[in-house]
Design a protein around this ligand. Structure first.
Ligand code: NAD
Ligand code: UDP
Length: 308
């Protein structure tokens, strides 16, 4: 199959491309390199089945593909908040362009949505039928409302134009190739610990997140894309940890001497987050297999290589 991956030079996109290339597909990676890097896909450059296109998805493009994995969008709060209008354009105009492309070439489109569509949830754990508690005018809105519109666009193109869609709601994911200046909690803690700096815990660290290792997530993507259910489907690891527990885990694994440094909690930071993955289990036969400790070991090893 010819498979287009938007955002393919990013963290998750590049791991997905590895899987697709190893399976023998023709892969087109489309990226504007805002948060993605050529080094993530370097090993495929020059391979006859691989094409790299530097392109911003807010502009239209004509391509041929059988499947489109649509991942292009900065995912870390630091990056998506640094140019919020651009984030909305990427989510709305970019998704519109990709759905238009899918409609023209009759490709199946996989939308990388997010647990952020649930906002600061009143339902715990979050099930797909929960409609969310999102602030439409806050500093996270460019991302979470942007993704909500992107989901709406998917379903409207599906109903109105018969576009074949798959929608995944991705929960916090971590692993090798996260950017060291990414600002997300796992990369921050690991980079700080390796550099001998205090670990910056925002708020009192009692807020929770559920962390999925990237190879587990990619397996879920491929099953959803090639299965019969359009979603939305939660993809994430149901293991729930407080941010303080995560800090203590990284501390114990890298350097127990390093202190925790408590900082103010950012605006609209969700209090709790944990996926209910019943649908993914029943529809896709999918669940995560890599425990946090093991995933952290692999991620720490990757950062250690890059930082030294
Ligand atoms: P990332 O920032 O590493 O990757 C995003 C990629 O999209 C980058 O390569 C970037 O250069 C590219 N991009 C951004 N704007 C673009 C544009 N206008 N045109 C073309 N390319 C553009 O992030 P990631 O963690 O790999 O996330 C991938 C997708 O998964 C995103 O859509 C994100 O919203 C979603 N997601 C990720 C997580 C997570 O925990 N990592 C959680 C929920 C959802
Ligand atoms: N966080 C933290 N220290 C950091 C970075 C993040 O305590 O150095 C917290 C952040 O406030 C949030 C959680 O960790 O409660 C997850 O943050 P991240 O940016 O990784 O993802 P998101 O908030 O989008 O889930």
């Amino acid at each position: 199959m010819r498979i287009l991956v938007t955002g393919g030079a990013g963290f998750i996109g590049s791991h997905l491309i590895d899987r697709l290339m190893e399976a023998g597909h023709d892969v087109i990676c489309l990226d504007n390199f805002y948060t993605g890097h050529k080094r993530n896909i370097l090993k495929w450059i020059g391979h006859p089945n691989f094409d790299l296109i530097r392109h911003d998805i807010t502009e239209t493009i004509r391509l041929e593909a059988d499947q489109i994995y649509h991942l292009a969008c900065p995912a870390s709060p630091v990056h998506y908040q640094s140019n919020p209008v651009k984030t909305i354009k990427t989510n709305v105009m970019g998704t519109l362009n990709m759905l238009g492309l899918a409609k023209r070439v009759k490709a199946r489109l996989f939308m990388a949505s997010t647990s952020e569509v649930y906002g600061d949830p009143e339902v715990h754990p979050q099930t797909e039928d929960y409609r969310g508690s999102v602030n439409p005018i806050g500093i996270r809105s460019c991302y979470d409302e942007g993704k909500r519109v992107a989901e709406t666009l998917c379903f409207d193109y599906h109903r109105q134009n018969g576009v074949d869609i798959r929608v995944a709601r991705i929960f916090n994911t971590y692993g090798p190739r996260m950017l060291e200046n990414d600002g997300r909690v796992v990369s921050n803690f690991i980079v700080q610990a390796l550099r001998g700096q205090p670990l910056t815990v925002y708020g009192d660290g009692s807020q929770t997140r559920s962390f999925c290792y990237v190879s587990d997530l990619v397996e879920g993507f491929i099953r959803l894309m090639n299965g019969d259910h359009i979603g939305p489907v939660n993809l994430g690891n149901p293991g729930e940890y407080t941010i303080k527990q995560l800090a203590e885990t990284v501390q114990a694994m890298v350097n127990p001497e390093i202190p925790l440094d408590y900082k103010p909690l950012p605006q609209d930071d969700p209090r709790r987050r944990q996926p209910d993955i019943t649908l993914a289990r029943t529809w896709l036969g999918w669940e995560p297999t890599i425990p946090l400790q093991e995933g952290l070991e692999r991620t720490i090893a990757d950062f250690r290589d890059r930082l030294t």
